[in-house]
Ligand binder design. Structure first.
Ligand SMILES: Nc1ncnc2c1ncn2[C@@H]1O[C@H](COP(=O)(O)OP(=O)(O)O)[C@@H](O)[C@H]1O
Ligand SMILES: [Mg+2]
Length: 245
């Protein structure tokens, strides 16, 4: 499959997606897109379908109706590992780091692929350790011994090993101390500067408005509002209506 960049089309597009868990109809026609290099926030109260939207993009659940496109190509129904290879990184809410593997071994799981030279592997590891000095300090420590914030950093760093074009981030700051929250905020900025697109699901509204260019707000399995992040910064009413904050 050729993935020549055609600048006019979005990097990821979700079109009228309906997703079910068994008989429960969860997503009722979700449509959204993320352009190349763009940071897009996906907000909404608990249970509205944000995580299910990310899982649908990532091929972890398959929609009954609707499409997912990556760089203009239909990818609906492809398995997650194929989507990862195409350039979609995913950091789930529960982070899924390998608790018994060391930090270094966790990172190496993302480097275990064809067509990557040893020199490139080393460059990617060096980059991760530059961005996350704490991971360098703890490189020989088991993943399970890290703090929540450090595990989140490890999960993001591991996603970066695959050199994704977009990372789907599911509530990366959930349960973290304020200092760690600012570090996650910084890493989103760094990824953005590097040209990596991000679809950011968050409960932290101020952080999301700061980090994102555009915002989608979901309610009951559908997108109800879509605007520039700058608009919401000056319009509390919309945030209050949909998010109750
Ligand atoms: N594996 C599952 N099986 C059945 N229902 C689920 C499953 N995962 C989530 N749900 C339900 O789907 C709805 C949307 O969940 P989710 O996408 O996790 O919402 P959000 O991330 O916005 O909090 C919720 O009502 C939730 O209870
Ligand atoms: Mg969720």
């Amino acid at each position: 499959m050729s993935l020549d960049p055609t600048p006019m089309e979005p990097l990821v597009a979700v079109e009228d997606v309906h997703t079910y868990y068994g008989k429960s109809h969860i997503l009722h026609g979700v449509s959204l897109h993320v352009d190349r290099g763009e940071v897009v926030g996906l907000l909404g109260r608990n249970g509205v379908g944000k995580s299910t939207t990310l899982k649908t993009i990532m091929g972890l659940v398959h929609p009954n109706r609707g499409k997912v496109l990556f760089a203009g190509k239909l990818v609906t129904g492809l398995p997650a590992h194929k989507l990862a290879r195409l350039g979609i990184g995913y950091v789930p809410e529960d982070r899924r780091i390998f608790r018994l593997l060391t930090v270094m071994e966790n990172l190496r799981t993302g480097l275990d692929r064809h067509g990557i030279t040893e020199a490139r592997k080393q460059e990617l590891l060096d980059k991760a350790f530059t961005y996350f000095p704490v991971l360098a300090e703890r490189r020989n420590q088991a993943g399970g011994t890290l703090s929540g914030g450090e595990q989140q950093m490890l999960a993001i760093a591991r996603a970066m090993m695959l050199e994704p074009k977009i990372i789907l981030l599911d509530e990366p700051t959930e349960g973290l101390m304020p200092r760690m929250v600012s570090q996650i905020r910084e890493i989103i900025e760094v990824l953005h500067r590097e040209g990596v697109a991000i679809l950011l699901v968050e409960q932290n509204v101020p952080l999301t408005l700061e980090a994102s260019q555009r915002i989608y707000i979901m309610e009951k399995g559908a997108v109800r509002h879509h605007c520039a992040a700058s608009e919401l910064k000056v319009d509390d009413a919309v945030v209050h209506q949909y998010l109750g904050v």
